[in-house]
Ligand binder design. Structure first.
Ligand SMILES: C[S@@+](CC[C@H](N)C(=O)[O-])C[C@H]1O[C@@H](n2cnc3c(N)ncnc32)[C@H](O)[C@@H]1O
Length: 299
């Protein structure tokens, strides 16, 4: 049930360069990264933590005695409503789920436990996974399974779900449908792993909210301010990488022009991507797919 924070030291060390500055942990979870950030902050430093999950808010009580700490229960895509423009020295995003969320059957994230098919990180907002499955088209569901789940049997599983959807309200019912529709399981992987991952990403609009905050980074970070982003899915990492690349729409040149004009980029990537050490990957299976990128506002 406890959550082992991923790339904790690496991400916090890369961020903390002005100990009396303003830091934001956009994915508080159980406060592993926040705790280390607070240890490194000076007396005048401040840490604003956000999480959209009510359990994270309860966990944040552990830090409420610290006058430098403030918790806001919200989606990180709304961060601009909670800070002054260009005020953040360091922003941490440790994307995805925490282990206690996955292990709580009542939240419906796991194919290992029977529970209501919900999967919302913020249970007060949006559609549950069961409601989503009631109205999604077979074509869109197939796309979600293929792109977000990298599920090779996406067509068969999408069809089976759509045929049964009036009857899917619990995780165990979805598992049974995916099992029956999957001709062969990948060794060591439960056949429903990819379907559950895909639905969680769709229900929580995880790629949309990541795109929103990446687009806002130049308005949020102070000049020289950094964002440390830990992603667990190749599509997430691709979005983060793209935030430091020139927009093809603005750099395309009329034919025949020999030299591209310099493009003033707002963000640059500091150093190479950072991955968990072999020890961390051995001790924490969740860490194995993690990729950390450090972005810095340069203009
Ligand atoms: C991987 S956990 C973070 C764990 C944390 N770094 C720690 O060490 O305890 C991700 C957390 O981010 C939250 N989260 C994910 N996406 C979010 C979003 N768009 N806005 C706010 N919170 C989000 C989840 O509810 C979850 O608690």
């Amino acid at each position: 049930m406890t959550h082992l924070s991923v790339l904790r030291r690496e991400s916090v060390e890369a961020l903390l360069r002005a100990p009396n500055g303003l830091y934001v942990d956009g994915t508080y979870g159980r406060g592993g990264h926040s705790g280390l950030l607070l240890e490194g902050l000076g007396e005048a430093g401040r840490l604003l933590a956000l999480d959209q999950d009510p359990e994270a808010q309860r966990s944040a009580e552990q830090h409420q005695h610290d006058g430098r700490f403030r918790f806001v229960s919200d989606n990180f895509c709304a961060l601009e409503q909670h800070v002054e423009p260009e005020s953040i020295d360091g922003l941490l995003l440790d994307l995805g789920m925490s282990s206690p969320q996955i292990d709580d059957a009542a939240r419906g994230f796991s194919f290992r436990f029977d529970g209501p098919l919900d999967m919302r990180m913020d249970p007060e907002r949006g559609q549950s996974a069961a409601e989503y499955l009631q109205q999604v088209s077979e074509q869109e569901l197939g796309r979600v399974l293929r792109d977000y789940g990298e599920e090779r049997y996406w067509r068969r599983i999408a069809r089976a779900i759509i045929e049964a959807r009036g009857r899917i309200t619990r995780t165990s019912e979805l598992v049974a449908i995916v099992n029956a529709a999957s001709p062969r399981a990948t060794p060591g992987k439960h056949p429903a792993t990819r379907t559950f991952q895909a639905l969680r990403i769709a229900v929580n609009r995880e790629l949309d909210v990541l795109s929103t905050i990446l687009e806002a980074l130049p308005r949020l970070l102070c000049l020289g301010g950094r964002a440390a982003i830990i992603s667990f899915h190749s599509l997430e990492d691709r979005l983060v990488k793209r935030a430091t690349r020139p927009d093809p729409a603005t750099t395309r040149l009329p034919r025949g022009l020999p030299v591209a004009p310099p493009v003033q980029l707002a963000l640059r990537q500091c150093g190479k991507v950072i991955k968990p050490s072999s020890t961390e990957a051995r001790d924490n299976p969740r860490a194995r797919s993690a990729v950390l990128r450090i972005l810095e506002r340069v203009a």
